[in-house]
Design a protein around this ligand. Structure first.
Ligand code: C2E
Ligand code: MG
Ligand code: MG
Length: 860
């Protein structure tokens, strides 16, 4: 066998033999030897080869061992699989992590079972795509663990060199990413907090540059673009900047968190309010690198608080008492007005129910209805009497409301009440004003009317007669005028008290006018009425002490019976009024039952009143003249104009009847002007026929006398008819003069200045005060004919006549006697010193022509 010198192995074998390095016998030179040589070489070759093999094997084993050590030393779990994912090898970390006792056990398990995650579902396809030595990360997966949750891992697959294996193997290196995931999760959490927080979250570094700002912060500051890194002065309205800086500096100085109120004032001056938590942010060396902040807006809360404060203030200071109870009506809150009104302190009522205040004035039904209304309508309102702590019962206007919570369930009752004691008092006062006479406290016309209506209505069921009496005080006006209104009022109060005393329970007495009283006497009838009323009249006339003086007044009573004299209040009142007039005519201090003739009279009165309206226009008046003579020498002194009226239907009506009616209706003023006009015209005609200083007297009623223009119009009339003022005498009755003496004196003086003469008519029938009489510039007193008529019959009357004559003499004025009908009267008067007289004995009232004849006769 020829050594192939090209064969390196053979070359090395030769070398080894030559150097005796190999224990191979030197081959013989013969063929055998050659063969042997060849054999030896071959053997050397084999041995060399074997040697090399062993060395390679040693190297390989060392490599494998190294690989295994490395593999096991890896802290990350590592696995070797085939293309199908069957585990061929696994390091210790993997074996442990996956919960296998040793490597052998894990072999042939599929990674598809050991791992979950999308990448493993197509493991084979993914790995096949890898070239030898190439790696790829399979993404997140979860490694199953026997006693714990799957471990999140990132798996890197590397395609291994095939070596002598037919199938390719893959190294799966797992990296535990639970920390990363946790960090990611934390960061997401923070992000989400920052994002979703309704508070502004932000941080500024020590250089006042923005480090962090969540969306709320950005929107609050109206930031466009990326603000991070910008200075606070650029981001925050100037009005607020200093405040924030101050707070940040404080946090930096104290190194402590701060909780404070801040506000954000925009450029228009609108403020928004925040509660801010500021805190230092420290780096790893403990140095502050920023100040963080969380600011929560409380603008609305603040506004609400302000409203609540206001509500609390109103609650506390309002002047209505407020009680708040829970659903079970236990008091949970009361205000100051409540404690003041009821006298209870808050402590005394908390936990109690409002029943504590009940007065006992309302029955169970009242409260039941109250709660029924509350339940159905939610509120109840009305008047309730409650009791204060010290026992006083008082009225209140109460409003209770039921309060429901957001779920519609009853949670509270609120009761608001106002003490209406005062209002009640006012109402009562107003009621009294409307129905009672303020002076005497007696019922007024309205209340009397109401009571009468009740009696009339009752009579429908049980017919029962009653009397309605009209009482008018006699001469009250004179008392009033003489002593003043205050004394008049005192008298009325006393009379009212007396009347009240006389009455029985069911009777009513009221005052319907100045000195007019009405009595309602149920159960009385025609027989027993006079007795009771007479005794009442008697009591009335007892003197009344007015402090400085005692006066006594009488009364005239007219009685109307229900139902005979009228079925309605107004009819009865009219009938009683008529009867009362009759009582007055009968001489006062008297009683009169109404009778139909009286009604007749009152109708006549109405006819007269209506007739007077057209009497002037229809020229129905005429004047007659009653001569006045000097009693001593029989000379005609003058005459008195007396009015005559011819009513077209009723015939002649005396002035005694129609003058008072004209006076009441006010017609008298016009009528008086007519009289004056015609009297002066007549006087002028007589003067033209019989010149002289004789006097024409004209009667003047109170109404005319007090007319404002009375003096002027008289002056004008005198002028018009060219009558010298002293030719005219104005007669004013004593009553008229004494009604309002001060103003009477004033008017009389004015008339006197005009130059006319004045006489006081019907003297003796009024209440003259001497002082006034003395001050009145009258020229004559006309003694009333009622006294003259008594001459020869009644010595008392006669002495009055004497007194009047004496009085006139004392005052230095003339006296005229009226109504002289007999010679005896004339002689007596003349003997008394009475200078002038009028009367049927001397002359009747005559017409103008007849008077002219008298004048002519006397002038001759
Ligand atoms: P007087 O002013 O006191 O007038 C006297 C009244 O007595 C007149 O009644 C007269 O006719 C009447 N008389 C005169 N002599 C006698 C007599 O001897 N016996 C009786 N029994 N009566 C006599 P007359 O005319 O009916 O007037 C009544 C009253 O009416 C007057 O009382 C006067 O107050 C008033 N009067 C009359 N005319 C007027 C007038 O023009 N204006 C005003 N305001 N009142 C007048
Ligand atoms: Mg007269
Ligand atoms: Mg007279």
């Amino acid at each position: 066998m020829n050594p192939d010198h090209n064969d390196p192995l053979r070359a090395r074998a030769h070398q080894a033999l030559r150097e005796g390095m190999l224990d191979v016998q030197a081959p013989p030179v013969s063929d055998y030897e050659h063969a042997l040589e060849e054999l030896k070489l071959h053997q050397a070759e084999l041995e060399l080869q074997n040697e090399e093999l062993k060395s390679t094997q040693r190297i390989a084993e060392a490599g494998k061992l190294r690989y295994q050590m490395l593999f096991d030393a890896l802290t990350a779990p590592a696995l070797v699989t085939d293309t199908n994912g069957l585990v061929q090898d696994a390091n210790r970390a993997a074996v442990e992590a996956l919960g296998f006792g040793n490597t052998t056990r894990i072999r042939q398990h599929s990674v598809l079972r050991l791992f979950s995650g999308a990448a493993f579902e197509e493991f084979s396809r993914l790995v096949r795509a890898l070239n030898e030595g190439e790696s790829r990360v399979l993404g997140h997966a979860w490694m199953a663990r026997p006693d714990a949750d799957p471990l999140p891992v990132e798996v890197q697959v590397t395609a291994l060199r095939s070596g002598y294996h037919l199938d390719r193997h893959y190294l799966l290196l797992c990296r535990d990413i639970s920390d990363t995931l946790e960090r990611e999760r934390q960061s997401q959490l923070l992000d989400s907090i920052l994002h979703h927080s309704e508070s502004a979250i932000y941080a500024f570094d020590t250089d006042e540059r923005l480090l962090l700002a969540n969306p709320v912060t950005r929107s609050l500051l109206n930031i466009d673009g990326d603000p991070i890194g910008r200075k606070r002065t650029e981001l925050v309205p100037a009005a607020s900047e200093a405040q924030y800086l101050k707070h940040d500096l404080k946090v930096m100085r104290t190194r402590k968190p701060l909780l404070l109120e801040e506000s954000l004032v925009d450029n228009e001056g609108n403020s928004r309010h925040f509660i801010s938590q500021k805190f230092p942010m420290l780096d790893q060396h403990g140095s502050i690198f920023a100040v963080g902040g969380v600011s929560t807006e409380v603008t609305a809360v603040k506004a609400m608080n302000a409203r609540l404060d206001l509500a609390a203030h109103i609650f506390e200071t309002g002047n209505e008492a407020i009680i708040v109870t829970d659903a079970r009506q236990r008091i949970i809150m009361v205000n100051r007005c409540f404690t003041e009104t009821t006298g209870y302190t808050e402590d005394e009522v908390l936990g109690q129910t409002p029943a504590l205040l009940q007065s006992g004035r309302h029955d169970a039904d009242f409260y039941r209805e109250m709660f029924e209304t509350l339940a159905s309508r939610g509120v109840w309102e009305g008047e309730v009497w409650n009791r204060r702590k010290h026992g006083e019962i008082y009225p209140q206007w109460l409003r209770i409301s039921r309060i429901l919570d957001s779920r519609g369930e009853l949670c509270n009752y609120v009761s608001i009440s106002r003490d209406i004691t005062e209002r009640k008092r006012d109402e009562e006062h107003i009621h009294n004003l409307a129905f009672f006479d303020p002076l005497t406290g007696l019922p007024n016309r309205e209340l009397i009317r109401d009571r009468a209506r009740q009696l009339i209505a009752q009579a429908d069921r049980h017919p029962e007669p009653f009397a309605l009496c009209f009482l008018d005080l006699d001469e009250f006006k004179q008392v009033n005028d003489a002593f003043g209104h205050r004394q008049g009022d005192r008298l009325l109060v006393e009379i009212a008290a007396r009347l009240r005393k006389e009455l029985r329970d069911n009777d009513t007495v009221g005052r319907i006018g100045g000195d007019e009283f009405v009595l309602l006497l149920p159960g009385i009838h025609g027989e027993n009425a006079p007795k009771r009323l007479q005794s009442l009249l008697k009591r009335l006339t007892r003197p009344v002490d007015l402090g400085t003086r005692r006066v006594s007044v009488s009364g005239s009573i007219g009685i109307a019976m229900f139902p005979e004299d009228g079925g309605q209040f107004d009819d009865l009142l009219r009938a009683a009024d008529t009867a009362m007039y009759q009582a007055k005519h009968a001489g006062r201090n008297a009683l009169r039952f109404f009778n139909p003739q009286m009604a007749e009279r009152s109708r006549r009165r109405m006819d007269i009143e209506i007739g007077l309206d057209r009497a002037l226009d229809n020229d129905e008046f005429e004047l007659r003249y009653l001569p006045c003579y000097n009693l001593a020498n029989g000379r005609l002194h003058g005459c008195e104009a007396l009015l005559r009226w011819q009513h077209p239907e009723l015939g002649p009506i005396s002035p005694g009847e129609f003058i008072p009616i004209a006076e009441q209706s006010g017609r008298i003023v016009q009528i008086g002007q007519w009289v004056l006009e015609h009297a002066l015209e007549q006087r002028r005609q007589w003067q033209d026929a019989v010149p002289g200083d004789y006097v024409i007297a004209v009667n003047m009623s109170a109404r005319e006398f007090h007319e404002p223009a009375v003096v002027e119009s008289m002056a004008a009339a005198l002028e018009r008819h060219r009558i010298a003022a002293p030719w005219l005498e104005i007669e004013i009755t004593e009553r008229t003069a004494m009604q309002d003496p001060d103003s009477a004196i004033r008017i009389m003086n004015e008339l006197k200045q005009l130059g006319v003469r004045l006489s006081m008519d019907d003297f003796g029938t009024g209440y003259s005060s001497l002082a006034y009489l003395n001050a009145m510039p009258v020229d004559r007193l006309k003694m009333d004919l009622s006294f003259v008529a008594q001459i020869g019959h009644n010595p008392q009357g006669e002495s009055i006549c004497r007194f009047v004559v004496g009085l006139a003499d004392m005052l230095g004025i003339d006296v005229v006697a009226e109504g002289i009908e007999t010679r005896a009267q004339k002689d007596t008067l003349l003997a008394m010193g009475c200078e002038y007289g009028q009367g049927y004995l001397l002359d009747r009232p005559i017409d103008a022509a007849n008077l002219l004849a008298r004048l002519q006769a006397h002038s001759g």
